[in-house]
Ligand binder design. Structure first.
Ligand SMILES: *Cc1c(COP(=O)(O)O)cnc(C)c1O
Length: 430
């Protein structure tokens, strides 16, 4: 459920009419709903109620500081994958003690930064990383809180670009290798062995792969503890899918996920649990609003050319992702449908949001919006074609604020530096 509903035929973000935001901010823009973010966070709190579980929001899904602060105020922790994200989480008010550092390529500098900022735990993903972490911790005179990301080799049955739990993926430590590496870690003076982590992919629409992975986690924990290595923390990763369209079978609810977790880990309730949801918290908390620049007909196909492009929302181009696209002024239920290809202005055919999509008729200058654009949307934006990425707005009740303004062309051009030897503008004189 989200808070982007039509009222009297006009799309509202909570209590704010979307055309009013468009008039003030211009299009395209992202719009996030505080109430939806809060609701999704609390769904996880309820689903895992009774377990000692910290929800560590996966910052990479949407790292806007206003979004992070909204979640920080609810007590959320963070799962970060770079020093930059770590700094964002801190800036939003999430203390290091609630920040998990994940990722296959953490550098020496990043490990040091995390330790300096009292990181909750570092999820180590390889043997060389374990050695480097030990070395950095010893040099700093601290002990690094460590969890190991183990790759269970299960098929998450999601898009190949967001599947992470198969043996062939770059993520985690091979399941078979884990017992040996835990022994190595337990003997290191700079390492405090705290936990185990699995994250098998994103946009999972079935609980079965999770259950397979968690059963393997449970088995491994029992085996490690039998070998004298206690594992007090279980990090269950993120990845729960969201409904991108109302037509398909909906993905499992956090409540069902929570029930499965309790079942698999029955008898282990004395542990600390952690989960790392990103998409489920952010995706349906955001929309992307755009205007129609032209409606064009070419060889019998009708194209809706928007002022938003793949530089604003790359998911359709990158993952063949589906987003529902609807007019901001509601169409009559009986209105006839037209088939459109919905595209952006970028000079690549990949800049296509939807092909042969039946939609109510839409005209030049009409506002449309993409649902479920709050996760992996703005964070993946670029300036390709020297287009200022869509600004971000956040709504709370009847208020809205610009959470990231649109860059000016001067802002963008000022990032580049022309070396002295190229001299002034104009043809060279020598
Ligand atoms: C991306 C990621 C997540 C979040 O995945 P979602 O599908 O957005 O829930 C959690 N943990 C790790 C380690 C990740 O890389």
């Amino acid at each position: 459920m989200d808070h982007f509903l039509y009222r009297d035929g006009v799309l509202h973000a909570e209590d704010v009419p979307v055309p009013g935001i468009a008039a003030e901010v211009g299009t395209p823009f992202y719009c996030y709903s505080t109430a939806t973010l809060e609701r999704h966070y609390s769904l996880f709190v309820e689903a895992l109620g009774g377990l000692n579980c910290l929800i560590c929001y996966a910052v990479k899904a949407n790292s806007n500081l206003a979004v992070l602060r909204t979640l920080a105020r609810l007590g959320s922790g963070a799962d970060v994958v770079s020093e930059g994200e770590f700094r964002r989480a801190l800036a939003a008010g999430i203390p290091g003690e609630r920040i998990i550092f994940s990722g296959v390529g953490k550098t020496r500098r990043e490990l040091q930064f995390a330790l300096e900022n009292n990181v909750r735990q570092i999820n180590v993903e390889s043997e060389p990383e374990l050695h480097l972490l030990n070395e950095v911790a010893l040099a700093m005179g601290v002990v690094a809180p460590m969890s190991m990301r183990v790759n269970p080799d299960v098929d998450a049955k999601t898009h190949e670009k967001i599947s992470t739990g198969k043996a062939e993926n770059k993520f985690g430590i091979a399941y078979e290798d884990a017992p040996r590496l835990y022994r190595v870690a337990a003997d290191m003076a700079g390492i405090d062995v705290l936990g185990i982590d699995m994250h098998i992919g994103s946009q999972l629409t079935d609980l079965a792969p999770y259950e397979q992975a968690y059963v393997l986690m449970r088995d491994l924990v029992e085996r490690l503890e039998a070998d004298g290595i206690p594992i007090p923390r279980l990090d269950l990763g993120g990845g729960l899918g969201v409904p991108y369209t109302r037509d398909n079978q909906p993905p499992p609810l956090p409540f069902d996920y929570g029930a499965m977790v309790r079942r698999v880990f029955a008898g282990m309730e004395d542990r600390e649990f952690e989960i790392e949801p990103g998409r489920l918290i952010a995706a349906n908390s955001g929309i992307l609003v755009a205007s129609t620049v032209y409606v064009k007909e070419n060889a019998g196909r009708r194209f809706l050319i928007l002022d938003a492009a793949m530089n604003d929302l790359i998911r359709p181009a990158l993952y063949d992702a589906w987003h529902d696209i609807e007019p901001v002024i509601e169409a009559e239920a009986s209105a006839p449908k037209t088939t459109f290809d919905v595209v952006g202005p970028i000079c690549e055919s990949g800049d296509t949001f939807a092909k042969q999509r039946p939609m109510p008729n839409i005209s030049q200058n009409d506002l449309v919006f993409f649902r479920s654009a709050g996760a992996y949307g703005a964070v993946m934006a670029s300036e390709y074609n020297t287009r200022p990425p869509a600004p971000e707005v956040i709504v709370s009740g009847d208020r809205f604020a610009i959470a990231r303004p649109r860059l000016t062309y001067d802002d963008i051009l000022a990032k580049d530096v022309i070396p002295d030897w190229l001299g002034e503008a104009g043809p060279s004189e020598d």
